[in-house]
Write a new protein. Sequence first.
Length: 69
Amino acid sequence: MAIRHLTASILYQNGETVAVIQAVLRHRNPNTTARYLRTLGLDETREALENALNGPGKVIPFEPKAQAG
């Protein structure tokens, strides 16, 4: 089961369509594949990543280390 989860996750994160994932997982019905992807929480993960990457960035100041010598 873990290999199926991993496969579906990788395909989904790479932007593959539900139809492609459906074929790989050998689901007869695309609704089964969509439900499967939702149970993995991939929609929430993708949305969170997109919000983080497209939202306002945070700048964290840092002091470079002084070079010895």
